[in-house]
Write a protein that binds this ligand. Structure first.
Ligand code: R5P
Length: 289
């Protein structure tokens, strides 16, 4: 039976996924009461239907309650399975006790979503100390990788790239991109000193003076990882950089700070809607289950 797709926050990939799955797009009302409690009404019959909710969950806190209420409402109306396609999945960074008493929010968030939903699909999640999502999510999960789309963009758009991964976690990913694009790569040493402070160590890259540095990261949040790296590349008299982030989080004025830097380009994928979205990964969103 055809699933019904809902996007509570108007994700731009909704139409594509509906067409791909020959699914209907469901109707609902969602608003806040004057006291800011959530009002929600599902207007499409969902009894015995599979439901797909597609929404990126950047700036998650105001989205989570509506999402959970939506899932429970659909369930109470007799929906069969309720799945979430979250091209950006938040709450993965706090994955250990950095200090005594720290909340492992990644785990509790995963428990919460797994209680309300039946399955989850996401794109390039920030897995650092977890090897896969099933270490914390107790529902079936699928991860969509977009390495080939990124490589195609780099091959088409950058002359003599040298790929730069900001930290050891990016090694696996950046080395795969390097293989696809046939480019050299280096991995930096990054030490995070606070929410907004990072220290970067750049190895000697004088052999790559005639290359274009392409900084690749999964998330651009404060932008400081990229900005620090750019500073070091400038000191090393490298060419202006191209900054590629998969998920355009851009906290505060991070995007403007990057635009004001010596970077030649700052671009992202369209998992999170933003003016920097230049790499379209919509066609990678194949929900073959
Ligand atoms: C961290 O490990 C991630 O891969 C990114 O490097 C990080 O999220 C970027 O954050 P920011 O833009 O705040 O430096």
């Amino acid at each position: 039976m055809k699933p019904i797709i809902f996007s509570l926050f108007n994700h731009p990939m909704t139409e594509f996924i509906a067409t791909q799955l020959k699914a209907d797009i469901g109707k609902f009302d969602l608003r806040l009461f004057p006291d800011e409690e959530v009002y929600l009404k599902i207007n499409t019959a969902v009894k015995d239907k599979d439901i797909i909710i597609i929404d990126s969950l950047e700036r998650p806190n105001n989205k989570i309650l509506p999402l959970l209420f939506f899932a429970r409402t659909a369930q109470s109306m007799g929906a069969k399975k309720i799945g979430l396609v979250a091209p950006y999945l938040p709450y993965l960074r706090q994955d250990k006790h950095f200090q005594k008493g720290d909340s492992i929010t990644s785990r509790y968030f995963a428990e919460l979503l797994s209680t309300y939903l039946d399955w989850l699909v996401t794109v390039e999640p920030h897995l650092h100390r977890y090897h896969n999502l099933n270490e914390i999510y107790s529902m079936p999960t699928k991860v969509i990788h977009i390495t080939s789309v990124l490589s195609q963009w780099i091959k088409k758009s950058v002359n003599r790239p040298i790929l730069i991964g900001p930290d050891s976690e990016s090694q696996q990913w950046v080395s795969a991109l390097a293989k696809y694009t046939g480019s050299p790569y280096i991995i930096l040493e990054k030490t995070r000193q606070g929410d907004k402070q990072v220290e970067i160590k750049l190895p000697d890259i004088s052999d790559y003076k005639n290359h274009t540095p392409v900084l690749v990261d999964d998330i651009i949040s404060t932008g400081n990882t990229m900005l620090e790296t750019i500073k070091h590349l400038d000191k090393a008299h490298m060419r202006p950089s191209i900054c590629i982030g998969v998920h355009a989080i851009f906290a505060g004025n991070a995007y403007q700070k990057l635009l004001d830097s010596t970077a030649e380009k700052v671009i992202t994928c369209n998992t999170v809607f933003h003016e920097s979205n230049e790499i379209d990964v919509t066609e990678s969103m194949v929900l073959d289950f």
